[in-house]
Write a new protein. Structure first.
Length: 55
């Protein structure tokens, strides 16, 4: 899971997916969502303070 800010909006998505799983105006909400989903899937969660480098 990766959480990043793009154009002032926080996005969380599964690495490898094109579309975000969730979009939020709030950093804390986006990070909490990403952590929860990553824990459920047994994967790592990475938070970037810049735009997603894979786009």
């Amino acid at each position: 899971m990766i959480t990043y800010c793009e154009d002032g909006v926080w996005k969380t998505r599964v690495v490898g997916n094109v579309r975000a799983s969730r979009i939020s105006p709030d950093r804390g909400d986006a990070i909490a969502f990403g952590r929860r989903v990553a824990r459920e899937r047994g994967v790592r969660h990475v938070v970037l303070d810049q735009a997603d480098p894979s786009s």
